[in-house]
Design a protein around this ligand. Sequence first.
Ligand code: AMP
Ligand code: ZN
Length: 663
Amino acid sequence: MKPEEKITKLREELHRHNYLYYVLDKPEISDYDFDRKLKELQDLEEKYPEFHDDNSPTLRVGGAVTKNFATVVHEHRMYSLDNSYSKEDLENWEKRIEKQVDGEVNFTCELKYDGASISLTYEKGEFKQAVTRGDGIQGDDVTNNVRTIRSVPLRLKGDYPQKFEIRGEIVLPYEGFAHLNAARVEAGEEPYANPRNTASGSLKLQDSAEVARRPLDCLLYSLGGNLPGIETQYESLQKARKWGFKVPEEAKLAKNLKEVMDFVNYWDVHRHDLPYETDGVVVKVNSLHQQEELGFTAKAPRWAMAYKFKAEQVSTKLNRISYQVGRTGAITPVANLEPVQLGGTTVKRASLHNADQIEKLDVREGDEVYVEKGGEIIPKIVGVDFTKRDPDSSPTKYITHCPECNTELVRNEGEAQHYCPNFNGCPPQIIGRIQHFISRKAMDIEGLGGETVALLVNEGLISNYADLYELKKEQILPLERMAEKSAENLITGIKNSKKIPFERVLFALGIRYVGETVAKKLAKHFKNIEALRKAEKEELESVDEIGDRIAESVVEFFANQENVKTVERLKGYGLQLEISAEKLANQTSKLEGQTFVVSGVFEMSRNDLKKLVEDNGGKISSSISSKTSYVVAGENMGPSKLAKAESLQIPIIDEKKFLQMIE
Ligand code: AMP
Ligand code: ZN
């Protein structure tokens, strides 16, 4: 086959598998095979740049950087929607409509996806442009970023029109949002507040490779312009689905308002089962002809109506605003509330995020505030009941000094959070850092818990993690609740941690943005702490998946002499600050590109098994999904996992078979 043909064929195959995976969620090949084909295509494209294609599947990983987003005027204005909150509202709307159009009126009911609206243009079946809603008249060209969203088709199939526009919503499903936040917390960053803002913020990132890493999804709901052969909204959804777009299957035809209300009432309850956030239902007049007759008001179409779900919201008194200092020094304001029932749990605290948020809402101590549960983990304050405000109250003054160590706070350009810069002298930072150091995924020091760490720091026995290795039994025995046996265990635990491998020591150091995975990558690349300490920013950035933010943070860490001294001390105590020779010898890439889920009890320890997977280049995941390549099953594997693996047709192998794979 000629290279051009081969390239075309690979692109077609990859577009198809991408569609099967991300739109239909029914993959036909393993991730491994997909990655192999992608690699093959990448190699060919590199060798034959003359066959470049803006919509090649290889460009999904991003890389294009947009410094300034160009402004684009929408060909058809992107309207807002009118809102309704009750059956009566909808009945009034229906009466208005019936006066203006002839014939019977049917409706299409859709969910109202809560994300960022987007307009996509296609020409000759190729993805051409993506523009944000902006002010409705003009928006930003975010084409490079949207191209990385896997469920946006880059090539269409079937009988698509030559040129058309389609609109939809970019959302960040809960699961991806939770993963993203878990990774941020692990790397010592502030978690994102909610999926919607994170989705719209992602569209405006300059680096499309960063967008590609965010598990965004694109749900389509409307075709623009007059397209031949399409008479109704419902048909247009079906057509778009056939051309390869992700159009949620929940959409339903309703013959009358009663059926509309059935849809609303059903989803008001069941929306929590959906993988992404919704804030209501959108009811649309089904006939496109009738839609045209109805037209638009200045703000919204007359033929559509949003029905807003009631957010689970309560009001309660804000007793006090307190400020927490995290292990990286970030300050989080917390609302301490009069306890109140919300969505089945008692809520006592809510996040206020940062100084801007407090100012925006104008929240004050003593206010009656509205509390809501959204996609976030802890509830948030969404507003103040100003009718109940004490007329003598004055606006909240954000703290200027650290509540723990009284150091003046700083706020970096472009960051929402205030920081306490007293890295080495602020108690919660010192304690937090040592607690991170001893935690299970880091040094895993047995016999030492978070509270004891706080006690040791408060008693002045330790002030950084290196001090742990000089602790003597006699020093800790006098502490509260410390008996002979527990003191011994603690000392032994500390001693045993000297065997913990380099990559985990690196993670334990608590360098900002260096989470578990990044630590592994750095350890593998630099092999020892000396090489890492000497690395310049450029070299760090050349490592797979290490961006400038991480690189900067590593450089900054080693630029601080205190840190260098601490690391030297750790080395002196005999901690592993280089990759072990044995590990070097045992590493292979036999499992490259494959994801394993380990379940049940094995001959070897589960951790050893997981380590084998990683040493051979494979990935470990905790839950089974269509992305899992193999489930390694031991004795007593959980029945639900088994059922899930079977339903997704994921090969289940035993320990022996697994060992054969890496032999
Ligand atoms: P609003 O921003 O509250 O005025 O609501 C209008 C927005 O709802 C539109 O700009 C869309 O981004 C969004 N939306 C979400 N789901 C749908 C849907 N199924 N049909 C139309 N608009 C939708
Ligand atoms: Zn402080």
